[in-house]
Design a protein around this ligand. Structure first.
Ligand code: 5GP
Length: 191
């Protein structure tokens, strides 16, 4: 019998490597998909519209809010970010594990709306490593890095509202741990 679809809320301070972790997880499992969020943030050079995000205008975003097109949304670092309802429903219907890679406020809303969802918070090995990774990315201005570090401190204080905390020190160890969590949760979900 096919598995029932499952929703996973996955959060991490930015610079924690969540995209790399997710990418590696997708190489290991073929039942995992990502919900593509909508955002009003400026597209980065290495990002593809419709793959990384749906890059839309403030007006388009507000239209989605007003027409129940989003499961949740938030304003982060001056931009809107939200989870389109349609993509998540489709993935769940197809029996996939749908990852919502979102920040804390949205994650809290999803946990309240969907108490059966699985929640995972990814932690950096240390604050110093996080700052180094953020700078190494070379995509953000000094002001943006400072903003993101401030947000990261705040976000990490919420780690305990998530069912699972996983440290991203060694990529393979981290991905294995998440893989095991998913196997266990799938067993419960389909029991
Ligand atoms: P970034 O600008 O680095 O791509 O994302 C900034 C933050 O917004 C990250 O913590 C990311 O997980 C979060 N985010 C991305 N999409 C969504 C979304 O649809 N909803 C919420 N609440 N947060 C999101």
């Amino acid at each position: 019998m096919n598995n029932r679809g499952m929703m996973v809320v996955f959060s991490a301070p930015s610079g924690c490597g969540k995209d790399t972790v997710f990418k590696r997880l997708c190489e290991k499992r073929n039942d995992v998909v990502k919900s593509v969020s909508a955002t009003t943030r400026k597209q980065r050079a290495d990002e593809i519209d419709g793959v990384n995000y749906f890059f839309i205008s403030k007006e388009q975003f507000e239209y989605l809010i007003e027409n129940n097109g989003l499961i949740e949304y938030t304003c982060y670092n001056g931009c809107y970010y939200g989870t389109p309802t349609e993509g998540v429903h489709e993935a769940i219907q197809m029996g996939k594990i749908c990852f919502l890679i979102i920040e804390i406020e949205g994650a809290q809303n999803v946990m309240e709306l969907f108490p059966e969802c699985v929640s995972i918070f990814l932690l950096p090995p240390s604050i110093e490593v996080l700052e180094k990774r953020l700078r190494g990315r070379g995509t953000d201005s000094e002001e943006e890095i400072r903003n993101r570090m401030e947000i990261a401190y705040k976000e990490m204080s919420y780690k305990d509202i998530y069912q699972y905390n996983v440290i991203n020190d060694d990529l393979e160890v981290c991905v294995d741990e998440i893989d095991k969590i998913l196997c266990e949760e799938l067993k419960k979900h389909n029991a």
